[in-house]
Design a protein around this ligand. Structure first.
Ligand code: HEM
Ligand code: HEM
Length: 327
């Protein structure tokens, strides 16, 4: 069970990081299979639980809290997948799923240490490996069954993307949900005083919106796939970054927001990133990054930096950053 829960946590986190269909499809399915395998273990675990409850072990309240959190993680995972409900209170169902999974880890760690059941090398017996294979197969059958049931009943989950996200307001930017990473909030930006600072092999310079407009803009049809569980296809208008930035010998490019939020990209991505000033023929709305936001097709939403005011090249490799932004 420990192995299944930790693997579910890892695969879930990786699903949230990927933006490319080839890897994403398999990862989301693997996550679903492992998540449902936890359910398969319930009958065995129930016996351990009733024995533990009879013994009146110390700290059992926290064990019961662990049971409640696990239930929330699994139920929100399945509900998000079916698409039956998109929000609970102020947050998306997927948000609750991730929050509960994050809460689960420390309580599970405590439970396993206090009940003195840390894995030992001897656990890796042939018999246990066969059991693991049986568990994975049962999880896979459950996942396949759930997937078929969702399709046959025509639930909204049928149309979810390979990342598990549900479609929202494609080609209708006004209906597109507004979400920002953790504590980021929409800043008020005066377009007349806004400047884009570029710092690269050609030196440092700043561009006003009118300067940016003098570069050739193109239309890019791209899917914004947010880690809170929705995606939306829009036609964005913007300038490709390699038109603005002189890469020189740099290894990465950092795109910063007026809020301080930033992401680092491989320098080879310059031809695949756009600074957008418009969407669907209109300028961007404040919540969607006015006056300028980054378009990063094939990357998840947290790479689409909003309210961009600085782009700088760097000699550091792109992976010198936290896999998920911390603020
Ligand atoms: C999310 C998963 C889990 C839940 C919800 C859960 C829940 C519980 C509950 C409610 C009890 C009974 C109360 C108690 O003794 O504290 C219990 C007992 C116990 N659990 Fe878990 N547990 C989980 C995972 C694990 C894992 C991964 C291990 C070991 C690797 C484990 C090992 C034990 C042991 C050894 C007992 C005591 C049994 C006894 O006293 O005979 N549990 N668990
Ligand atoms: C203990 C940890 C976790 C468990 C037990 C778990 C379990 C589940 C389950 C049972 C499902 C539904 C699968 C289905 O019905 O096909 C699911 C879906 C999902 N989970 Fe988790 N999960 C965990 C952690 C996470 C984390 C940490 C993330 C992200 C950071 C995450 C992201 C997702 C996503 C995106 C889906 C939707 C996949 C799809 O629609 O195909 N999960 N999870």
């Amino acid at each position: 069970m420990l192995f299944a829960l930790v693997s579910a946590f890892i695969t879930g986190s990786v699903v949230q990081a990927v933006g490319a269909p080839t890897a994403g499809r398999w990862l989301a399915a693997t996550h679903g299979v492992i998540g449902l395998a936890v359910l398969v273990l319930t009958p065995w675990k129930s016996r351990v639980i009733s024995r533990g409850l009879e013994r009146r072990n110390r700290g059992r309240t926290l064990s019961l809290i662990l049971a409640a959190i696990t239930l929330i993680v699994i139920v929100t995972g399945v509900v998000h997948t079916t698409g039956l409900l998109s929000r609970i209170g102020p947050f998306t169902v997927l948000w609750w799923h991730i929050a509960a999974a994050l809460a689960l880890l420390p309580v599970l760690g405590w439970h396993v240490v206090v009940r003195n059941t840390l894995p030992r090398p001897l656990d890796a017996t042939r018999r246990n490996l066969l059991r693991l294979a049986g568990l994975a197969s049962t999880g896979a059958v459950l996942w396949w069954g759930a997937d078929r049931a969702i399709s046959l009943s025509g639930l909204p989950g049928t149309e979810r993307r390979f990342t598990g996200s549900h479609e929202r307001s494609s080609f209708d930017p006004t209906g597109m949900p507004v979400t920002s990473w953790l504590d980021d909030t929409t800043p008020t930006i005066d377009p007349s005083s806004w400047r884009l600072t570029l710092s690269d092999a050609a030196g440092s310079r700043s561009l006003a919106l009118s300067d940016l407009a003098s570069f050739p803009a193109v239309e890019v049809t791209a899917d914004l796939d947010c880690t809170s569980g929705w995606w939306s296809r829009q036609i964005w208008e913007g300038v490709r970054l390699d038109r603005l930035v002189d890469a020189g010998e740099a290894r990465s490019v950092v795109v910063r927001s007026a809020t301080g939020y930033a992401r680092r990209y491989p320098i080879t991505d310059l031809g695949r990133l756009w600074l957008a000033t418009g969407v669907g023929g209109e300028s961007l709305s404040p919540g969607h990054g006015f006056p300028v936001r980054l378009i990063a097709p094939h990357r998840r939403g947290f790479w689409w930096v909003k309210w961009v005011d600085r782009v700088e090249t760097s000699s550091l490799p792109w992976w010198v950053q936290s896999p998920f932004p911390l603020t």
